[in-house]
Design a binder for this molecule. Structure first.
Ligand code: C5P
Length: 329
């Protein structure tokens, strides 16, 4: 049995406010201590259950590929604008895994409007995958309720962790009952403590249209003898004192800058614009800086857009306090 209903949601991006490497594991991953917040830079994802097995994914850029290419000063054929539509896309993998785990009949038609740049360290692909799990589960509950009966929602968390280190974070912050927009993540990123920020964070984000390989960045990082802990940083974000909330850190920034010369300049532009609390997010290449208010962030973003000498996407953003709702049509 299939449904003609489309389930839609708007997966958010994230920024890593703190990222420390604790150790290198035997499986090739690294133990981390990282703090992430979701931001209001979102993709849009539609999922429909259909009788035909398999996952068919259509991707387009919103507003459109030409204007995104122009903003980044890359060609429309640039690899940065090509999001795979086969199993390399985490959305496809997520729905395949969900279908198998729930033993569902039929398959999925999926549409993805990209706004979050890929290869940016903003978690766009992971967030899309988490959203696909939520939408797929919701659709399955309606059309094949017998397959869902007795299934623990922790099944989704397990699938999320298998798909990618950042996927559990996006699944957690988007839960219907979540009021948190941030989390401390340890392990390889899947052990999460969610929390609410005492104040919304306003930031300017620059994507310098550089592609850096995540495994390459991790392979260049060194494990510090005395890793920093995010405990006081988290307390400060929660408004409970401790370390200054502006004491941000990203242990992957040095290795990423060694791989691409396009990461240092945006960091300099941000600090020249007076935003000194700036760093790269995740494994890059997007960089961001904290601003004192939404107006401040909007003003700096506007100034940088008019003076930026190279290609880039520049936006002012705010940490998300609203879970990404599911709409049904
Ligand atoms: O989990 P994900 O697929 O996002 O990881 C991509 C790559 O990043 C891994 O293959 C690994 O090289 C590196 N990584 C890591 N330690 C982590 C997360 C990612 O070394 N905690």
């Amino acid at each position: 049995m299939s449904s003609s209903r489309w389930y839609r949601t708007s997966p958010p991006a994230k920024l890593n406010l703190f990222l420390e490497i604790l150790s290198r594991r035997e499986d090739g991953f690294h133990e981390l201590d990282t703090v992430m917040t979701a931001i209001d830079w979102r993709d849009e994802l539609w999922v429909q259950h259909v009788a035909q097995p398999g996952v068919r994914l259509q991707v387009d850029w919103s507003p459109d590929r030409a204007s995104v290419a122009k903003a980044m000063q890359v060609s429309e054929d640039d690899a940065l604008l090509h999001v795979p539509t086969d199993e390399r896309n985490l959305v496809v993998r997520a729905l395949q895994r969900l279908t198998d785990a729930l033993n569902l009949e039929g398959g999925w038609d999926v549409r993805l409007h990209k706004q979050i740049p890929s290869g940016a360290g903003m978690g766009g692909a992971s967030s899309d995958a988490a959203a696909a799990l939520r939408l797929g589960f919701r659709a399955a509950a309606e059309i094949q309720p017998d397959k869902i009966a007795g299934v623990d929602r922790r099944l989704l968390t397990g699938i999320a962790a298998e798909i990618g280190s950042d996927v559990p974070f996006f699944l957690g912050i988007s839960e219907d009952d979540s009021s948190a927009e941030a989390a401390r993540a340890t392990g390889r990123g899947e052990k999460l403590s969610f929390f609410s920020l005492a104040n919304p964070l306003h930031a300017v984000v620059i994507f310098p249209a550089a592609s850096v390989s995540t495994p390459a960045v991790y392979s260049r990082c060194t494990v510090p003898e005395k890793p920093r802990s995010s405990v006081n940083f988290v307390r400060a974000l929660q408004g409970m004192g401790g370390e200054s909330r502006f004491n941000m850190h990203n242990a992957l920034q040095g290795p990423a800058c060694g791989l691409s010369s396009r990461i240092d300049p945006p960091l300099k532009w941000l600090s020249d614009a007076g935003l000194t609390d700036c760093q790269m997010t995740g494994s890059g290449s997007a960089c961001f800086a904290l601003a004192s208010s939404s107006q401040h962030a909007a003003n700096v973003a506007e100034t940088l857009r008019s003076t930026f000498p190279g290609g880039a996407l520049i936006r002012s953003v705010v940490s998300c306090v609203v879970p990404s709702e599911i709409h049904i049509a």
